[in-house]
Ligand binder design. Structure first.
Ligand SMILES: Nc1ncnc2c1ncn2[C@@H]1O[C@H](COP(=O)(O)OP(=O)(O)OP(=O)(O)O)[C@@H](O)[C@H]1O
Length: 375
């Protein structure tokens, strides 16, 4: 490149990006490095399905953004392309009851939605299992973000129905991959004993990537997404370092690369510099929060707003403020608090309050403005 400053400036018809899509969160990477052991265990568990038998069940655990969904997606794509095994991924943030999970299975298996007038769960269940038996198909279900089924107390019933399908229904063969990013939740322990007695899953742990691994993975993504020479090693290392600081959630790193690229363009620069990364970090570090807030229901969102306005106060007092806005009872209110606590949006710790005994104090885990901006 010449030293003429004009040459280092980006023209209107130019971009630092070669392909911006690779920075979209649901873009499926072509290479999936540093996950060989996890992929091997998953393949081992699913192999019986290829032979027409019931596969082993699996629990895949690990912090957010460590490749759990991607692993399941890659395997499901391979199974669909190369075998007769039927695969369905259910996003339990969206389908968080047993009925909703089975409705999703129905829609994927029959290629049309179950009747909107509503049919009984029993009927929904038997139509699915009958079809599997009739077609002699093995079904593998990935319950992605299964922790949400626990938050709604639907996990035991859902798993019980899936796991007992072969007994209840003349040999329907179903295997389940439970994907959880809630490390405080002990999935097996939290199930009813009747489910525990039939659920002996293989466990696969997705450990957080180290800084060097993050740099390696993101370097590959940067090569695909940016034009040559746009992101140098110093910038990449800084992105990896910040990503590791955020618990190794690769989404933060991917978002950082995209935003830093946009910042460079804003300066009409042909290359991304560390200052672009630092500026991007103010937004990217909240990727996780944004994702969690986006999936909340209206009443859950309303409660987050009220807590933001009364940060650090007692649960009873916050309920008084909340009940002015909604007609939800205290029980439902407590359930929502538990969910927001499990999602790490708030802390709800018991404290001793003089004259009132033990009460929960509700505090936001993030800066209130950052939360309100994203609601
Ligand atoms: N080894 C890897 N190579 C390339 N990209 C990866 C790798 N691991 C994760 N990613 C990317 O990181 C992002 C997050 O991955 P993914 O959604 O699979 O994480 P997750 O563990 O399922 O997260 P969550 O628990 O929050 O749902 C995705 O865009 C994915 O493409």
């Amino acid at each position: 490149m010449s030293d003429d400053p004009e040459d280092r400036m980006l023209g209107w018809d130019e971009s630092v990006f070669r392909d911006e899509h690779v920075f979209e969160i649901d873009w499926l990477p072509e290479t999936f490095k540093h996950r060989d052991t996890q992929m091997e265990t998953l393949k081992y568990a699913l192999r019986p399905a290829v032979r027409g038998s019931r596969p082993l069940n699996v629990i895949a655990r690990g912090p957010p953004g460590t490749g759990k969904t991607t692993a399941a997606q890659i395997l499901f794509d391979e199974l669909t392309a190369q075998t007769d095994v039927k695969t369905v991924r259910v996003n339990c943030q969206m389908d968080s009851t047993r009925y909703a999970v089975f409705s999703r299975l129905f829609a994927e298996i029959f290629d049309y939605e179950p009747p909107s007038s509503g049919i009984s769960f029993k009927k929904l269940f038997s139509q699915i299992t009958d079809k599997l038996v009739e077609e002699d198909e093995v079904l593998v279900v990935a319950l992605d973000d299964v922790n949400y089924l626990f938050y709604e107390s639907e996990a035991s019933d859902t798993l019980y129905s899936l796991l007992r399908a072969h007994e209840a229904h003349s040999g329907a063969k179903i295997g389940v991959i439970c994907v959880s990013s809630d490390l405080e939740l002990d999935v097996i322990d939290a199930l009813d004993t009747r489910v525990q007695s039939v659920f002996r899953p293989e466990e696969v742990y997705f450990n957080p990537y180290g800084q060097a691994e993050i740099a390696d993975i993101l370097g590959e993504r940067a090569d695909r997404g940016f034009n040559e020479g746009v992101v140098g090693p110093t910038v990449l290392d800084r992105v990896a370092e910040l990503t590791e600081e955020q618990g190794g959630d690769l989404r933060v790193g991917i978002d950082l690369l995209r935003r830093a690229g946009m910042n460079a363009e804003m300066r009409a620069s042909r290359s991304v510099e560390t200052e672009d990364v630092e500026e991007a970090y103010d937004k990217s570090k909240y990727v996780h929060l944004s994702r969690r807030l986006r999936e909340l229901s209206d009443s859950e969102t309303a409660l987050v707003e009220v807590i933001a306005a009364h940060d650090g106060q007692q649960a009873g007092d916050i309920y008084d403020a909340f009940s002015e806005q909604t007609d939800l009872g205290y029980t439902r209110y407590s359930e929502i608090i538990n969910k927001l606590d499990q999602l790490d949006i708030i802390d709800a710790d018991y404290t001793n309050v003089e004259g009132r005994g033990r009460s929960r104090e509700l505090t936001l885990n993030y800066d209130a403005d950052a939360v309100l901006e994203r609601l």
